[in-house]
Design a protein around this ligand. Structure first.
Ligand SMILES: C[S@@+](CC[C@H](N)C(=O)[O-])C[C@H]1O[C@@H](n2cnc3c(N)ncnc32)[C@H](O)[C@@H]1O
Length: 330
């Protein structure tokens, strides 16, 4: 059954993705999403999928994962997608948007470095766990000298503004673990191919660092617990080795939860020992969003609010490309 009544919502998803996320980052994805939004027949097919399975990133990632064309213009993309719709649909149903972006470590690092060391890192919504290795990457903040693990295959570039407390040394991580509804395995070729398919076509620098981060994680695979973050976080914090500061963190995760689950997570985090670092769109975590100075609330630009224990400290580029420290303006 075609859910025609839902097609306007689906079209809006694709328009918003083109205008707010792909614009300025991926011309081909912007074009495909814009034109898909005007393609009623395709939007009807997408509208037949369950609500959580209609995202542009999922459709475009599925087409790329199956070897379809995303860089030759809309008519080529449309013809291929239509001819392979059953496979595309099956991939969208089987997979999730689990983009794992190690670049986000560049924005988390200054906060992690301010906490009492050593750290026990717990990432909720970890995907393959590639953000659990902030101490294994190298960083290039603006024109500053490179900083971090000199042997790392990964260099993370980040443009900054404001009084960023650049760390003098890497955080000392003595324990790391993650939680995900569907942990991806760095040794599983199909999982890693899916992660690569989720990187936008023009962003070859992201693909390179993803491959480098997978190497890092393969050398020391993270412990990833399968489950809902609300069910699993307390127990994992309870396993932190004595003497280490629990640092629970997440980025680009809470948007997948209904508001009541975000509220439950917020309540839980307030009662747990250690620190809570969130890096999410401001509207997604209201207790952080409402503490942003009004002049700094992002408008149509897709930016995350980085917060320590619900206190916003910076606005960040969603893939870790920028860090705009808020300083003492709050
Ligand atoms: C967009 S990915 C972000 C991955 C990682 N945090 C990063 O920044 O690279 C979101 C991840 O959250 C996971 N996720 C979504 N809802 C979840 C839940 N309720 N409990 C645990 N994980 C969840 C998804 O499976 C996915 O792997």
């Amino acid at each position: 059954m075609t859910r025609s009544a839902e097609v306007p919502d689906v079209r809006e998803l694709y328009r918003a993705f083109a205008a707010r996320e792909a614009r300025g980052h991926s011309p081909s994805y912007r074009e495909l999403a814009e034109q898909a939004a005007e393609d009623v027949a395709l939007m009807e097919l997408v509208g037949e999928l369950p609500a959580g399975k209609r995202q542009p990133n999922l459709l475009l990632g599925a087409v790329r994962h199956l070897g379809g064309p995303t860089g030759q213009g809309y008519p080529v993309f449309r013809a291929w997608t239509s001819a392979h719709w059953e496979d595309v649909r099956a991939a969208m149903l089987r997979r999730r948007t689990q983009t794992n972006e190690p670049g986000r470590c560049a924005t988390l690092l200054p906060v992690l470095a301010t906490l009492p060391q050593p750290l026990a890192l717990i990432e909720v919504g970890a995907s393959a766990g590639l953000c659990l290795y902030p101490d294994r990457y190298r960083y290039r903040y603006d024109g500053r000298p490179e900083f971090g693990d000199a042997q790392s295959p990964v260099t993370l570039d980040c443009a900054t503004s404001g009084p960023v407390p650049f760390p003098a040394r890497l955080p000392e991580v003595v324990w790391r673990a993650g939680i995900d509804l569907n942990p991806l395995d760095v040794h599983d070729e199909d999982d890693m191919h899916w992660l690569e398919a989720l990187v936008w076509p023009e962003q070859t620098h992201r693909l390179e660092r993803l491959r480098g981060a997978v190497q890092v994680a393969r050398a020391e695979p993270p412990e990833l617990v399968r489950g809902d973050l609300n069910e699993a976080v307390r127990e994992l914090v309870g396993r932190v080795p004595e003497g280490a500061t629990p640092a629970v963190f997440h980025s680009a995760v809470l948007s997948y939860l209904p508001p009541e689950a975000v509220e439950r997570f917020t309540e839980t985090m307030r009662t747990l020992p250690g620190h809570w670092i969130s890096n999410e769109a401001p509207a997604v975590l209201p207790s952080v969003g409402r503490r942003l100075p009004p002049a700094r609330v992002p408008d149509d630009r897709a930016l995350f609010a980085l917060a320590l224990d619900e206190r916003p400290v910076a606005l960040t580029g969603p893939h870790g490309q920028s860090l705009d420290w808020l300083g003492e303006q709050r």
